[in-house]
Design a protein around this ligand. Structure first.
Ligand code: IMP
Length: 477
């Protein structure tokens, strides 16, 4: 892709002289990292690496003329033919068949894989992991945490249990069998049968497997520009998130760098993505600023889908398409009842999981969680979905948590604390329309005020804003 002069100028303003940039999510996932990974992947980076998670992530990539949701391939994959290197790093858990399906889709649309590599230390998600995950963790109705059912948790359990199968073992059938025998003791499957089934996938993937640790460091030492593409979100981190309501990887800056074969000290700029002025969470677990509180949480635990909500609230639709500005949605957003306001905001912003289709829970922007994220991922943030806030007459910014009669600005990740706090809000009038505005000083002064308060409370620095889904609907400050 050839980028125009103004894109180059604004990217330079955003990344300055950084050589290694990470794009991570500072909330509970689904903040729109993809737009910025795509933007930097296509127009700036030489090397694009994903280092954590697996097919539990969902990322929309333009393939040919169509937008496709990919779960594994890095965002720069369509740039392979232009010489960009794409890597699935050592921290990833990869389901072979899913990866090949995505690769086939890219190839059908003229994409290439000449500079694509898979770490020999990334590990494999098998179908027995997926079955186990679906039975144990997927259904919130049955006491699960609402996992995405992609086998990620069980595969990481095997990694730490020293039973995991590294991609490199696909080249060594004896070692592969030995490792699978260890897994078979836990999941009870026929090792020969699994080896026979994965054989054709392995044959196709082996040419891409290599020591990407050395490759990444060689690229870095050669001065190549490297983009680390985060997955999930900080508050879902197994180390820093609302444990046990978390994913099984560490999507923080540290985890993202480690999963790519680097360390946080190698990263010159970490951009933390923040949905603003509302945020979302999918799956079970605490969410202090949830609009509609426990009623919304219980309703979302029944995992309504988009179509069910459209039916339930009488919104006309065709296929999965509907008018997000339908008067019935506007009515919901302005409802005096927070539960309905939450449903309205979800429909307006189309907050349904890219991987599972589940309704995302919706809450107000939380500066306490934002301050926590700044302490871990650093000060630079990008605000996304700011255009959605244009439709809100009133914005609530959580500026503290009330607990035991006092207010704290310190986030603690344990659910007992998070379920026990009462969010304290500062209320602002709405800021009006922002679409079509292309420079920071042109934004409404009311939005400037809300952003300044968020920066003050969290200690962060807003580097850019997204005011619409298109790449050029981005304001670099
Ligand atoms: P798992 O990662 O499938 O094990 O799911 C664990 C928790 O993380 C569940 O609450 C999921 O809904 C959540 N989760 C996993 N991946 C994503 C994501 O990409 N976006 C948002 N939530 C996610």
């Amino acid at each position: 892709m050839i980028c125009n002069f103004s894109q180059v100028m604004s990217i330079d303003r955003l990344v300055k002289d950084a050589q290694v940039v990470a794009v991570v999510c500072n909330q509970w996932g689904d903040t729109g990292k993809g737009k910025f990974s795509d933007y930097l992947g296509a127009n700036w980076a030489d090397v694009i690496i994903r280092g954590t998670g697996g097919a539990n992530a969902g990322h929309t990539v333009k393939v040919g003329d169509l937008w496709r949701v990919f779960h594994l391939l890095p965002s720069g994959i369509m740039e392979d033919a232009n010489g960009k290197t794409n890597i699935l790093g050592q921290g990833m858990e990869i389901h072979l068949e899913t990866l090949l399906e995505e690769m086939d889709e890219v190839a059908r649309n003229g994409g290439t894989f000449d500079n694509f590599y898979i770490s020999d230390k990334a590990q494999i998600v098998f179908n027995h992991h997926i079955e186990y995950d679906k039975q144990r963790h997927m259904s919130m109705a049955n006491g699960g945490i609402g996992s995405t059912g992609r086998g990620i948790g069980p595969a990481y359990e095997d990694r730490t249990g020293r039973r995991g199968v590294e991609m490199g073992l696909l080249c060594d059938p004896v070692a592969l069998r030995e490792r699978l025998e260890k897994q078979a003791k836990k999941y009870d499957f026929d090792v020969s049968e699994v080896m026979r089934k994965i054989e054709p996938f392995a044959q196709r993937l082996v040419p891409y497997i290599r020591d990407t640790f050395t490759l990444v460091h060689e690229k870095k030492e050669a001065g190549k520009k490297i983009l680390l593409e985060g997955a999930q979100g900080l508050l879902l981190s197994v180390n820093d998130g609302s444990y046990p309501y978390v994913t099984s990887s560490d999507p923080s800056l540290d985890g993202t760098a480690k999963g790519a074969g680097l360390s946080a000290k190698d990263v010159d700029l970490c951009l933390g993505i923040v949905k603003f002025p509302f945020m979302t969470r999918v799956g079970g677990g605490p969410f202090p600023t949830e609009i509609g509180g426990h009623a919304s949480e219980a309703y979302c635990a029944s995992e309504p889908t988009l179509l069910q909500e459209l039916e339930a609230f009488g919104i006309p639709y065709k296929g999965k398409k509907y008018n997000s500005h339908d008067p019935r949605i506007t009515e919901l957003i302005n409802s005096p009842h927070p539960f309905f306001r939450g449903v309205g905001l979800r429909l307006l912003s189309v907050e349904y999981g890219a991987t599972t289709g589940r309704a995302r829970r919706v809450g107000w922007i939380d500066a306490v969680a934002g301050r926590y994220a700044r302490r871990i991922n650093g000060p630079d943030v990008i605000l996304t979905k700011v255009d959605i806030g244009s439709h809100l007459g009133e914005i609530q910014l959580c500026d503290g948590y009330e607990i035991d009669g006092h207010i704290t600005q310190n986030f603690k990740s344990n659910p007992r604390f998070l379920y026990g706090v009462e969010p304290h809000f500062a209320t602002f009038d709405g800021y009006g329309d922002v679409r079509g505005i292309d420079e920071y000083k042109g934004l409404p002064s009311q939005l400037h005020r809300i952003i300044a308060e968020y920066e003050r409370l969290t200690g962060s620095n807003v580097a850019a804003l997204s005011v619409g889904p298109d790449r050029d609907e981005t304001i670099i400050r």
